[in-house]
Design a protein around this ligand. Structure first.
Ligand SMILES: *[C@@H]1O[C@H](CO)[C@@H](O)[C@H](O)[C@H]1NC(C)=O
Ligand SMILES: *[C@@H]1O[C@H](CO)[C@@H](O)[C@H](O)[C@H]1NC(C)=O
Ligand SMILES: *[C@@H]1O[C@H](CO)[C@@H](O)[C@H](O)[C@H]1NC(C)=O
Ligand SMILES: *[C@@H]1O[C@H](CO)[C@@H](O)[C@H](O)[C@H]1NC(C)=O
Ligand SMILES: *[C@@H]1O[C@H](CO)[C@@H](O)[C@H](O)[C@H]1NC(C)=O
Ligand SMILES: *[C@@H]1O[C@H](CO)[C@@H](O)[C@H](O)[C@H]1NC(C)=O
Ligand SMILES: *[C@@H]1O[C@H](CO)[C@@H](O)[C@H](O)[C@H]1NC(C)=O
Ligand SMILES: *[C@@H]1O[C@H](CO)[C@@H](O)[C@H](O)[C@H]1NC(C)=O
Ligand SMILES: *[C@@H]1O[C@H](CO)[C@@H](O)[C@H](O)[C@H]1NC(C)=O
Ligand SMILES: *[C@@H]1O[C@H](CO)[C@@H](O)[C@H](O)[C@H]1NC(C)=O
Ligand SMILES: *[C@@H]1O[C@H](CO)[C@@H](O)[C@H](O)[C@H]1NC(C)=O
Length: 701
């Protein structure tokens, strides 16, 4: 029996944990020092307001006037029509692919060449949709960004409000933009004498879903397929409701405004609507709420702004905070900038009911689906920064997907629960050549459970995770294969290691996965001991008899038997997962530090770092920090290939679409460990000479 949802929340305990004692740090001053101040639109990186489940990206006007940045939410998804190919017309027609796995055939959710169309449909569906565009309307004149002068935009991080201003034909226009912390609502206030002339208003527009592109970026949706979807306007008493229907997906944009105005459809062959105030006032405020159901009670701009201001100042005031020597050291200042902007962007893009997609709510990476192996990199930092109420929002994914995970393991004749990979909110894992053969997502629940127990060492925590950990450990134990000639348990083949760059049929006993298996099974054992429950004998036996780490020429290697890994370009690049056995993970009991140190040197000498991206740099930083080299840790976090742009978006790396938020979340994880320390090291662990002030960090394992 799984526990009801309420058990999955740590937040009852948080009331106490969150009442932060008097802060030594002037958090507000530090946060505000990094307010965004811009004077032009970014073509790729929007400035955003949002709440973790909803984000609204804007250009220099504070709306989506010139650049159609996206409006994405965690609930808005769409299916394209199913293929009409004979025998490939339903999900149930998809049969996966059988591969030999230790003398038996195991069915993997791979794209099946004989079922190409339904395989691709299951990869691309459902996909996330762009809820719509809101922009300024200039009386029907064709205005470009260059026409506007004196453009100044400021995002006030402390309150989550964007202030944008410019002159149009010599008249000042001011725009405030803010998102509700609770609903998918954007609140907008315009102030300008132009409002009295009838040539300033707001337009709304709605795109069709794409579903064609794995990376639907930077702009999500199709704007010219107007015949494929419908919109319908109902309006009365300073309110309008626009219903948007895209095949089986339907939702409402409910608009409410505060002074007399009229709304109408721009033309019948578009989905564009124009809202024009009636020349009565020099201010005009409106709220737009996107929702599957039409909402009866919308809130005013003022109310949304108050709530947002309250939410954001609580966010910054609670949990941990780091103050670095920004006035005396430029590296410290850049790191502080990245920390603050990452904290903002992750609360907007990486704090929803589901684990985050790598590109958050900025655009659609991987059709908008999220990845279960990436849950570690998206969520782990919240535990060190003591932000449990945000962590709580999506950690229950392990409970929600538990049945699907058990079904997956059973179908492959394994015990327990096998966690999927590229997921939509229903828990269906998309077919994929790599997807079905990754295994490093399995021990993540053990990591999270243990972090929670360190903070909340209670019966409730133990009971909450017991069913999940038991089933995941059962899978891990039945997945490990007893090798009769070597008398150890092998992991794989077939499998992919974290770096996804090997031949899966030859990949056996990768260094990182062996350590993570041992770590996970150890936590599972501790969980039983703490509850005075028996530890299944096979758990312990497998844990104690996992294959040794693969070593060649005195250094750890990617997997057992890998050929020429240090001189093969495709192998000495991508995620340097093997360094995770000392850093990301606490020291493995079988780790030989002499060998590990030589491995670090070998990686430093041989790796193709310019091809690294995202969480590779935090991973390297954590290892360096654990080895006592804080200087080097900071260097990794600021590496030339690990860029954060003016808006704070993690845009480093040429191999993935941007933004790539694991770089942001990983940076906070690394800083969290440097600040709070780990077992055996109290922290802080920053470069010598840095005056740091730290508050509220949790210790890592
Ligand atoms: C816009 O901002 C940039 C960067 O802060 C600055 O260099 C530039 O002078 C500004 N331009 C205007 C027209 O204000
Ligand atoms: C998409 O189709 C799947 C499979 O039929 C269904 O479970 C899911 O609810 C659909 N999602 C949407 C957004 O229509
Ligand atoms: C569809 O399935 C039927 C029944 O299994 C089979 O006879 C037929 O050849 C299949 N058609 C195609 C196009 O694969
Ligand atoms: C792995 O082996 C299976 C047979 O078990 C084969 O179908 C598949 O093509 C092989 N994959 C690779 C990448 O060689
Ligand atoms: C929409 O635009 C795309 C890209 O420019 C073009 O290929 C397509 O034909 C257009 N579709 C319609 C219906 O106009
Ligand atoms: C729109 O519908 C037409 C007719 O069904 C179809 O051919 C076309 O592919 C659709 N466009 C998109 C972008 O799905
Ligand atoms: C839009 O369609 C409605 C109803 O068919 C019609 O009355 C109206 O004149 C049309 N408007 C435009 C701008 O074509
Ligand atoms: C057992 O391990 C050895 C050495 O790693 C390997 O060559 C062999 O293939 C393994 N046996 C099986 C049945 O996997
Ligand atoms: C660690 O590895 C080094 C180098 O291979 C070796 O000399 C040493 O004996 C090993 N230490 C242990 C405790 O196994
Ligand atoms: C490994 O490297 C660290 C950092 O340089 C050093 O402190 C430690 O003594 C080294 N350990 C061994 C066994 O070489
Ligand atoms: C800032 O700190 C880093 C890390 O300790 C150091 O390498 C650098 O020299 C410092 N820069 C200045 C200007 O002090």
């Amino acid at each position: 029996m799984l526990l009801p949802r309420s058990w999955w929340s740590t937040s009852t305990l948080i009331a106490i944990a969150f009442s932060v004692a008097e802060s030594k740090i002037d958090r507000e001053a530090i946060v505000r020092q990094f307010n965004l101040k811009l004077n032009q639109s970014h073509a790729y990186s929007p400035v955003q307001v949002g709440n973790g489940n909803f984000a609204f990206g804007v250009d220099v006007t504070g709306l989506q006037t010139f650049v159609p940045h996206n409006t994405l939410s965690s609930w808005a998804w769409h299916n394209s029509s199913l293929p009409t190919t004979p025998n490939q017309t339903a999900i149930t027609d998809y049969t996966g692919v059988d591969w030999w796995t230790h003398d038996r055939l195991v069915n993997y959710a791979q794209p099946n060449p004989a079922e190409k169309d339904i395989s691709q449909w299951m990869i691309a569906n459902p996909h996330r949709i762009n809820l719509g565009r809101i922009g300024l309307w200039f009386g029907g004149q064709d205005v470009s960004e260059e026409t506007l002068v004196g453009k100044i935009q400021e995002l006030d991080l402390w309150t989550g409000v964007i202030y944008s201003t410019f002159l149009f034909n010599g008249v000042q226009v001011q725009v405030q933009t803010v998102a509700s912390p609770e609903t998918d609502t954007v609140a907008i206030k315009l102030q300008s004498e132009l409002l009295k002339t009838g040539i300033l208003g707001v337009f709304f527009d709605f795109p069709y879903a794409s579903g064609k592109d794995k990376f639907d970026a930077p702009f999500v949706g199709i704007w010219n397929a107007t015949a494929n979807h419908t919109t319908e306007l109902k309006s009365a008493n300073s309110r309008a409701s626009i219903r948007h229907t895209l095949d089986a997906t339907s939702y409402f944009a409910d608009v409410a405004w505060d002074t007399e105005a009229s709304i109408s459809r721009f033309s019948n062959d578009t989905h564009k609507y124009i809202l024009v105030p009636k020349k009565t006032s020099d201010t005009f405020a409106l709220t737009v709420t996107y929702s599957p159901e039409s909402s009866k009670d919308t809130e005013t701009f003022q109310k949304v702004k108050e709530k947002a201001t309250g939410w954001w100042s609580d966010y910054w005031s609670s949990g941990a905070f780091a103050s670095l020597p920004i006035n005396t050291n430029t590296s410290a200042k850049e790191l502080q900038r990245r920390i603050v902007l990452s904290q903002y962007l992750l609360a907007v893009n990486g704090a929803g009911k589901d684990p985050a997609q790598e590109s958050g709510l900025v655009n659609n990476g991987w059709y908008g689906k999220f990845h279960m192996e990436m849950v570690f990199w998206h969520l782990a930092h919240w535990t060190l920064w003591d932000k449990w109420s945000i962590y709580d929002r999506s950690i229950a994914v392990y409970e929600r997907f538990h049945q699907a995970n058990c079904d997956r393991a059973r179908k492959q004749s394994y015990n327990g629960a096998r966690i999927g990979k590229m997921s939509d909110p229903s828990g269906r894992s998309a077919p994929g050549g790599i997807n079905s053969l990754l295994i490093w997502q399995q021990p993540h629940p053990m990591f999270f459970a243990e972090m929670e127990y360190r903070k909340f060492p209670t019966e409730t925590t133990l009971r909450k995770w017991d069913v999940i950990l038991t089933a995941v450990a059962d899978f891990m134990v039945s997945y490990a294969y007893w090798n009769v000639s070597t008398h150890v348990y092998d992991l794989g083949p077939p499998m992919y290691p974290v770096s996804e760059n090997t031949n899966p049929n030859q990949t056996v006993n990768p260094t990182f996965e062996l350590a993570y298996w041992r770590f996970g099974l150890n936590v599972a054992e501790q969980w039983k001991l703490r509850q005075e429950k028996p530890i299944p004998a096979d758990w312990h036996f497998v844990k104690e008899n996992l294959a040794p780490f693969p070593i060649e020429n005195d250094v750890y290697v990617l997997y057992d038997g890998v050929k020429d890994m240090w001189t093969t370009p495709a192998l000495a690049e991508d995620h340097p997962g093997l360094l995770g056995i000392y850093g990301w993970l606490p020291p493995d009991p079988r780790l030989n530090l002499t060998t590990f140190n030589l491995t670090v040197e070998k990686v430093y000498q041989s790796w193709n770092f310019p091809n690294s991206y995202g969480w590779d740099f935090p991973l390297l930083a954590i290892t360096a920090a654990r080895l006592g080299d804080a200087e080097r840790a900071v260097h990794w976090l600021l590496d030339a290939s690990n860029q954060f742009d003016e808006v704070g978006m993690p845009v480093g790396g040429t191999r993935v679409p941007t933004p790539y938020f694991p770089a942001s979340a990983g940076l906070l994880l690394a800083v969290g460990m440097m600040a709070g320390g780990w077992d055996g090291m109290d922290g802080p662990n920053f470069p010598k000479g840095w005056q740091v002030v730290l508050e509220g960090f949790q210790k890592a394992m």
